[in-house]
Design a protein around this ligand. Structure first.
Ligand code: ZN
Length: 298
């Protein structure tokens, strides 16, 4: 039997690249605050996704196949799905959110508004709008591939129990599709009752899963370009694992920190530098680039 999780959850590329950029951007650069804000948001988002993935692992293995972080292309549009549940009865898209505080769903203008303690407000894209659009795109995508038997539904998942959800009206659109934390199980069981009865054979379910994985198109992210950062603003060299100083000095196979005077042999020390190079520039590194970026003498 194919395993329950067809595509595991992994730290998103954009999070890893933003972390590498934060480590490598020269001190005092004007973009530091923006990068740190973005990094905090992305870490919180990933935490929420991990919570959800832990819940989804508890679903019956013989009923659901799960794909995390799926990217598809449809007629020039990119379709990015956080979490996808496949069953013989229906397909479920789940948008995961981790936004703290008090949130208002505004049905009139389709907004999600956060009311902060200091009286200010922040607006976010209404996740219901995004999920509805993703459902339309996925339906079209599957139709083009010859699969049109399975109904598609969606849920909006808020990871934290501490998030307060409010609305100005007593009834809002798709309220039953919004849930927090463990309530996800009740929502899924409710959808099971709604979509009672198998629509496709088990073999067809596997075919759909394989097709989605084969057509997954990883996003190409140029993080330097996104933040308008030029190469000269990136620190070269190995980072000290103890005080974070860059660059350490290479001395006959060891690395010495000129700031805290640590001497290390650890391969992890320069592995991080190679990882950062791949995150910021490209996924492969030549010998000469390796020596240049790590300050290793020829
Ligand atoms: Zn140091």
């Amino acid at each position: 039997m194919i395993s329950l999780i067809l595509k595991e959850l992994a730290p998103p590329q954009r999070l890893l690249k933003t972390q590498a950029l934060k480590r490598r951007l020269i001190p005092g650069h004007v973009k530091h605050p923006e990068i740190e804000n973005s990094l905090a948001r992305r870490k919180a988002g990933y935490w929420g996704e991990r919570i959800l993935s832990q819940y989804l692992k508890q679903l019956p293995h013989d009923k659901y196949h799960i794909i995390h972080d799926l990217h598809l292309e449809l007629n020039g549009f990119r379709l990015q799905i956080d979490h996808l549940l496949l069953s013989q009865n229906f397909i479920l898209l789940i948008e995961s959110k981790n936004i703290q505080g008090t949130l208002f769903f505004d049905d009139k203008f389709n907004q999600l508004i956060r009311h902060n303690d200091d009286g200010t407000e922040e607006v976010f894209e209404d996740p219901r709008v995004q999920a509805r659009w993703h459902r339309v795109l996925l339906e079209k995508w599957l139709n083009q591939k010859g699969f049109h038997m399975l109904p598609i539904d969606f849920l909006i998942f808020f990871a934290s129990n501490k998030t307060i959800l409010k609305t100005h009206s007593s009834t809002i659109r798709d309220a039953q599709k919004i849930c927090k934390a463990r309530d996800i199980f009740n929502k899924i069981y409710s959808l099971e009752r709604q979509y009672n009865g198998k629509k496709i054979r088990y073999e067809s379910l596997i075919d759909i899963g394989k097709l989605l994985l084969n057509q997954h198109v990883p996003e190409i992210i140029d993080i330097l370009k996104e933040y308008g950062i030029v190469e000269k603003d990136i620190l070269l060299g190995v980072r000290c694992p103890y005080c974070s100083y860059i660059p350490m000095w290479y001395e006959k196979g060891k690395w010495r920190c000129p700031s805290c005077h640590t001497l290390t042999f650890s391969h992890e020390t320069f592995r991080e530098a190679i990882h950062d190079y791949c995150c910021l520039y490209k996924p492969t590194i030549t010998n000469s680039k390796f020596r240049h970026f790590l300050f290793v003498p020829i």
